[in-house]
Design a protein around this ligand. Structure first.
Ligand SMILES: Nc1ncnc2c1ncn2[C@@H]1O[C@H](COP(=O)(O)OP(=O)(O)OP(=O)(O)O)[C@@H](O)[C@H]1O
Ligand SMILES: [Mg+2]
Length: 347
């Protein structure tokens, strides 16, 4: 278990990279950190690892307060964003390095390194030096080195970012299986929301040193708590349309929809609908957003249809083969929607 209490990091110069973070990652949990560049993800991992000293707050790993312990005594394995591996050692020795530190006999180290290497498709590269490897191969060596021992926690900072799309998917599946087998508490940083949704038990979305929302992938995907999270999650971004409430109804881009409880007269809102939950009607409907088909994008099994509706663009995903022609008129009808006021989700 990892728990953080009021964890704050202010860098010299005044950047508040972490702002009073409270978080508990359960034993064996796979926890993903998502957020835009500069929001504090790497700083958070480095602080848990002991590579940065927090300005205030504390860190516990398995009940022990490690806030003042040096990195070597925290029993965590970290894979860095820039995956530093030892240039003078071959792949076997790099992977086996943490085992050497723990005085595991040589034959056992080599056997273990070969086994982990095989599972990360590195078996043919065991005798190469880092300079003879591609960036993606080096990154897998760094990952293998972290995995070779059995620490109290894994801290992964974008460990798959240098892999090509197919290898990335393979490594992702491998990592999830391995983490389940070893049941090592894991904090995984990624900027790839699909990766976070696929891997994590829970996800935290960060912004400017704070956790904006923490939840299961389903919760984060279905009910983003703010428009920031809504716009960040989903492979096709959520439609976020401005609207107003009058007399119990919502008026959104030419459509009239039922208003949720708690809205006053003339409240400004943002109406959120995922393109996956937007249907298209061929006939006029009062509850549909009128528009003209402006763009069609093939997504493989479906087609992303973009309607031009006055000043707004409205997107819907329809099954492949059922997409309308360019230039025709359609009414976009939400099947599931969320309403935000002042950027926050209305319950
Ligand atoms: N050593 C440092 N000194 C001063 N400011 C720093 C230092 N390291 C990071 N920062 C600042 O702290 C903030 C958080 O940086 P951090 O590296 O944690 O972001 P990140 O979320 O990992 O971003 P990315 O997705 O680009 O890796 C940024 O504004 C960054 O410029
Ligand atoms: Mg980073």
């Amino acid at each position: 278990m990892i728990s953080l209490h009021g964890l704050t990091k202010v860098f010299p110069g005044g950047v508040r990279a972490l702002d009073a973070i409270d978080l508990t990652v359960a034993d064996g949990e796979f926890f993903a950190l998502l957020g835009p560049s500069g929001c504090g993800k790497t700083t958070l991992l480095r602080t848990i690892a002991g590579l940065e000293i927090p300005t205030s707050g504390n860190i516990r790993i398995n009940e022990a307060d490690v806030t003042r312990l040096p990195p070597g005594r925290r029993d965590v394995a970290m894979v860095f964003q820039d995956y530093a591996i030892f240039p003078h050692m071959d792949v076997t020795d790099n992977i086996a390095y943490p085992l050497r530190i723990r005085k595991v006999p040589r034959a056992e180290r080599v056997r273990k390194a070969a086994e982990v290497a095989r599972r990360l498709s590195l078996a043919d590269l065991l005798h190469r030096r880092p300079a003879q490897l591609s960036g993606g191969q080096q990154q897998r060596v760094a990952l293998a080195r972290a995995i070779a021992c059995h620490p109290a926690a894994f801290l992964f900072d974008e460990p798959l970012s240098n892999l090509d799309a197919r290898l990335r998917l393979e490594a992702r599946t491998f990592l999830k299986r391995l983490q389940r087998e070893l049941a090592v508490t894991t904090v995984f940083v990624t900027h790839d929301q699909a990766e976070a949704l696929a891997l994590a038990d829970r996800i935290a979305v960060m912004s400017a040193g704070r956790m904006v929302q923490i939840g299961t992938p389903a919760e984060i995907f279905q009910r983003p708590s703010t428009t920031f999270v809504a716009s960040f999650i989903g492979s096709t971004p959520m439609n976020l349309l401005p609207g107003t409430s009058t007399r119990g109804a919502l008026h959104v881009a030419g459509a009239v929809r039922a208003a949720p409880a708690g809205l006053g007269e003339g409240d400004e809102i943002v109406y959120g609908v995922r393109p996956e939950y937007m249907g298209l009607s061929e006939t006029e409907r009062q509850d549909g957003i009128p528009g003209t088909v402006a763009v069609l994008e093939n997504l493989g099994t479906g087609v992303l249809v973009t309607l031009e509706s006055g000043d707004h663009l409205v997107q819907a995903v329809v099954p492949e083969g059922s997409e309308p022609a360019l230039g025709v008129r359609r009414w976009a009808v939400p099947a599931r929607s969320l309403v935000y006021r002042d950027g926050a989700l209305l319950a």
